[in-house]
Design a binder for this molecule. Sequence first.
Ligand code: MV4
Length: 501
Amino acid sequence: MAPLFAKVLIANRGEIAVRIIRTCRELGIASAAVYSEADRESLHVLLADEAVLLGPAPAAESYLAIERIIAAARASGADAVHPGYGFLAENARLAEACAGAGLVFIGPPPAAIRSMGDKMAARRVALQMKVPVVPGTEHPLRDDAEAARAAAEIGYPIMIKAARGGGGKGMRLVRAPGELAGALRTARSEAGAAFGDAAVYVERYVEEPRHIEIQVLADGHGGIVHLGERECSIQRRHQKLVEESPSPFLDADLRRRMGEAACRVAAAAGYVNAGTVEFLVDRDRRFYFLEMNTRLQVEHPVTELVTGRDLVKEQLRIAAGEKLGFAQDDVVRHGWAIECRINAEDPAAGFIPSPGRIASLRPASGPWVRDDSGVYGGYTIPRFYDTLMAKLIVWAPDRDTAVARMARALAEYQVVGVTTTIPLLRRIMGHEDFIAGRLSTHFLDRLVESDRPPAAGRRRAVALAAAAIAAYERVGRTVPAASSATGSAWRRVVWPGWRQR
Ligand code: MV4
C-alpha cells in the first residue's frame, strides 16, 4: 500500500518533533525537520531524514514565521505539514497558508481553529449543543456596573476570565463584591497585555475543580469517536506536571456522558482531526465544558497506551482523507498510564528555567516504560524555547502498579548538569494523596506546604514506592563519580531530596 504522504514537514522542535518523525518512519513517510540557529544540534534535526534552516533563534524569526515554514515545506518537497503543539499549532493562518501552497495541514480546518480559539464563542457552541458550561455571562462585560449585576446574579465567589484567553491568563477569583472593581482592573490589563483584547466575562467559581479532558478523533466523512479521558489535575500555574488515563475520579457512566458531550462540541464546530475537549469537574461530579484544544497535546501518550492507538498515525490518516477505521464500540481501554513531564526547571526556585549542557543522561527504560525525549547526553538545552526535555510514560494493568512503576522509572532517570523536575516528580509518586488518587488542582501547592503520615490502608503502596526509590539510592551510592569535575554534580543531581523538603 502506498504511504499516506511522501514527505511530511514537521513545523516544530524538541520531543514532539521527534515523536512525529518516529510515526512517519514507521509508516514509510519521509520526514523533513525545521530548525533555528539555536537548534543545529537538536535531536529532531539528527533524527529526521532531512532538515531545513528557518532562521535565527528567536521563535518569531523561525518556528513562528509562517512564510518561512511554507518556504521550507516547498524547498523540501513535502506534501503535508504537521504543526505539533505550541508555536503555530492553533494558528488558523498557518492552516490557510498550507492550503494556499497546495500542502495538506495535519490538523483541523481553519474555521474550526478560529471558532474554538474564541473562548466565548466556544462556550456558546457548547450551550447550543446542550453541553453544560459553568454558569456565567454569554458576552463580554460592558462596564463595572454590568459586572456587578452579573456577579450578584451568579452568586459569589466568581471568576473573571479573559474573553480571548485560556491557560489562566487574565483570570481572577473574586470572593466578595468589595474585591470586584480591583479584580476587574487587573484582569482587563492582563488580558489586554496577553491577548491584545481587554474583554472579560464572569463565571461562577468552581471550588477545587478537577481538570479532565476528552480526546476526540473526527474524520472528514462525519465519523467521530472519543478515546476516553486524561486526568490533568496535577499542575502549577497552569503548567501540567503529571497526567494519567483513566481518571481515578470517573466511572463508566460519567465517562460516557463526558465523551458524548465532547463529540457533540467537536461535531458542532465542524472539527476534523485529533482534538481535546477540556472540562472542569466539581466535587459533586458535575462537569462543565471549558475549552477545546485544536491540536495534538503534550499528554497524548497516556491515551495511546491505554487505547493502543497511535494518535499521530490517526492524524495522518485523517489528513490524507481516510475514514476512521473504527467505531466508538471498538475503542477499548486497557490498564493505566501515567506521564511525568521532565522539565529543565528548578522547582525550589519557583520553577525558573535551568537551560544548559546536559553533562550526562541515562534515561529510564525497562518493562512498560516509554521515554519521549528531545535531548541526549552532551546536548545543550537552548534558553530560547520551553523547558520540556522529555516525557516519561509508563503503563501497568492497574493504578497502584503504574505508580510503583513510575516511581521505579523516576528513580532510574539520571540527568547530570541541569536541574530538573525529577526530584519533585519522585516526591509526587511517593505521596499518599497521589497514591490514593486524591487529586486536585491544589495538590502541588499543598505538597510544598506539608506532608502527613500515610493512612493505614495506603501504607503498603507508599512503602512500595519508597522501597523502589531506596533500592536505587543504594545503586546510586555505588555508582562511581563520573570524574572529579562532575562528581559533585553527580551526587547533587542523581538522587537528590527524595525525603528532603
Ligand atoms: C476555573 C476555575 C474555577 N472556576 N473556572 C481555567 C483555565 C485553566 N487553565 C484554569 N482554569 C480554571 N477555571 C471556574 N469557573 C479554576 C481553574 C483553575 C484550574 C483548572 C484546572 C486545572 C488547574 C487549575 C488551577 C487553577 C485554576
